[in-house]
Ligand binder design. Structure first.
Ligand code: GRG
Length: 294
């Protein structure tokens, strides 16, 4: 398998060009909302979720082209959650992906609408995914709707809001991470697998992989908030500590948090065994994420 870095770069480019096709043009009326949607999408994220969708399709022997619509749908869902998460009524952040946040540039009302429009676009895009023998378009829609709903992404945000100012336990924290972060990463790999007509056993393996990778990813995100600079992260570093947020480093300390991220990554890697050699790319991605610096 080729080196990961050039593959990541080429895949990010492929995803960006698909995203541009799947979003309304900036010139479409009313221009402000379309400009704002593209502003946040093309602000320079890592494209982790679409990359996972494409790598999961490959791991199940599928065609990457067939996985482009769900790959973009996961990135659009993620971007909507960031736009809303940054609002003054939520985390109140000024910087995201190295740029001023949506509400700073377009105003708060427009940022609310931008998140809403991105979330709606998720369903326009997912509906364009080709069906396979085992999975219908309805299955894809259900998968992503369930992930974005009140028991997962939004539910996680509710737990997060309700936990503000409270001393959370590790168990509370895991519940938030499962819903906020692991759910969308799991959905990303599952959708890729579904476009490849994955067997139930392949889908199960990738569900376990996505879950543990998602938890590891959030632990690392918490660690980076403490150890990295704002410039490196493209978002305000040290924010968790400043608002006294319960995080892995706050509860366990840095060293134990690193060990926990490594343990979760190992679990994710173990889940790939039934997929064989084709899952090498997913394995490389999981190892890369553990050592990432932003
Ligand atoms: C529905 C408002 C609303 C929120 C849902 C997912 C979520 C809850 C909020 C998003 C904000 C957040 C801190 C999520 C945690 C997941 C996470 C670590 C996001 C950062 O993801 P990266 O590092 O970001 O992949 P880039 O910019 O690279 O795409």
């Amino acid at each position: 398998m080729d080196d990961l870095k050039p593959w990541l770069k080429a895949t990010q480019k492929q995803v960006d060009s698909a995203l541009s096709r799947f979003l309304p043009r900036e010139s479409a009326r009313p221009q402000t909302i379309h400009k704002a949607m593209r502003y946040s999408i093309f602000a320079g994220g890592k494209r982790l979720r679409p990359i996972l969708t494409l790598a999961a399709a490959e791991a199940c022997g599928g065609d990457i082209e067939h996985a482009l619509a769900p790959a973009c749908a996961t990135e659009i869902m993620h971007t909507y959650s960031l736009v809303h998460d940054d609002l003054p009524s939520m985390d109140d952040d000024d910087l995201r992906r190295g740029r001023p946040t949506s509400h700073k540039v377009f105003g708060e009302g427009m940022a609310v609408l931008t998140g809403d429009a991105l979330l709606t676009q998720v369903f326009i895009v997912i509906a364009q995914t080709p069906a396979t023998k085992r999975y219908s378009v309805k299955d894809y829609v259900q998968e992503i709707a369930d992930t974005g709903g009140s028991k997962k992404l939004i539910g996680g945000q509710v737990l997060d809001l309700e936990g503000e100012g409270k001393q959370l336990t590790k168990k509370d924290l895991i519940r938030i991470h499962e819903a906020k972060t692991a759910a969308l990463l799991t959905c990303s790999v599952r959708l890729g697998a579904m476009t490849a007509n994955a067997t139930p056993a392949q889908l199960d393996a990738l569900t376990t992989f996505g879950y543990h990778l998602g938890l590891a990813f959030q632990v690392i995100d918490d660690i980076l908030d403490v150890t990295q600079t704002t410039e490196m992260l493209g978002k305000t570093a040290g924010k968790d500590e400043a608002v006294d947020k319960s995080t892995y480093p706050a509860i366990l300390g840095l060293e134990k948090s690193r060990q926990e991220a490594a343990r979760l990554t190992k679990k994710a890697l173990g889940a790939l065994a039934p997929l064989g050699k084709k899952s090498q790319r997913l394995e490389q991605i999981a190892r890369y994420l553990l050592d990432r610096e932003y």
